[in-house]
Design a protein around this ligand. Sequence first.
Ligand SMILES: Cc1ncc(COP(=O)(O)O)c(C=O)c1O
Length: 404
Amino acid sequence: MVNPVEMEQQNDLAEGPLFSPSLQAIPVPGIRRMINASAGMSDVLHLSIGQPDFPTPTHIVDAYVDALRSGQTGYTLDAGLPELLTALKDYYSERYDRQLTEDNFLVTTGATEAMYLALTATAAPGRQFIVTDPAFALYAPLIRMNGGEVKIVPTRAENGHQVDPQEIIDAIGMRTFAIVLNSPNNPTGTVYSRETMEAIVQEAAYRNIYVFADEVYDHLILDDMEFPGVISCTTDLDHVMSISSFSKTYSMAGLRIGWIISSQGAIKKLRRYHMFTTTVANTPAQWAGVAALQGGNECIDDMVAEYRRRRDRVVELIDEAPYLSSYWPQGAFYVFPSLPPHTDASKLALRMLEETGVCVIPGDAFGESCSNAIRISYSNSMDKIEQAFERMIPWLKEQKLGPR
Ligand SMILES: Cc1ncc(COP(=O)(O)O)c(C=O)c1O
């Protein structure tokens, strides 16, 4: 399964008199073409998956079932289950070595609702949002739906898709209202350095601009480095919102629990908005979240070790594949290799699916600047990954795409 946000967008929704023209901001995705095409095929090997392939750890499943059985099926407080708010507060206060309070948190229905709240509560005509490209498909449509303007800053394969903080700072203009960052990044797997994060966050605060940081992959760091979360890059929280969830870290995507961390003032405002969107997040799933946070990091370490093993092998296999050029992705479970310039990766990916049964996601699903790239997800077993490349490499050798 790819993420539904990546899959479900279609602009025919906006046709006809029924729907608001704002729905036209929601584009036709490259991902849908791939998923539709693979749906009728047998023997497809998916390097397209946008969620963890591990089972949810048992102690988390048990907590969910226990909550159901003990009657935890009503609404919680609008900000979230008090026990989860406290667990989040304790967890992040320790992680970032700073004293947070429960009022710095809002529990949401996944990071998707958190991002929806943050962007649609702030986007408005005359406000410009800087978004890197390639990017997860959610941000630009939510900004545009509410009349906000998107200014794209591309990242480049030759720099391992690192963001150049100076390019972001140079892109800030009179209308700039916020910067959206996503590290570790979907689709590139790139992790931004502390220097990069601090430079952007500090300049933003100085210029009265917000930073919305999508940090859903914050634990999937595959090299020996710390994760420079946005909360650890600033002394006050007035200009930042950190958004994350249990989906990727604990393989809990279907349980739909996420959160926003920000200043108490921003959280108070967003709580009210949240009451008018989803009211509260799923109650037993919030109890499962408490168990996740209190259950220790062993289950995460095991998953990260396996992602690391797969990442190392995928990078080797990409090196062996003709036409694909890659870099060293340090996080999440994606890599975004480029094909020769001007290759239409969308057509190529479709043909590769039809002729080899290997499904990858073409770069144009993630923005305008990377139509010659493909996203490879290694959220699949090593065996399946090996099989996929055994099909892809000979197939690529037969193609004529310009310099290898
Ligand atoms: C960068 C990014 N942000 C947010 C999400 C959505 O996360 P959640 O399941 O918590 O809504 C995803 C899922 O694919 C993602 O890749």
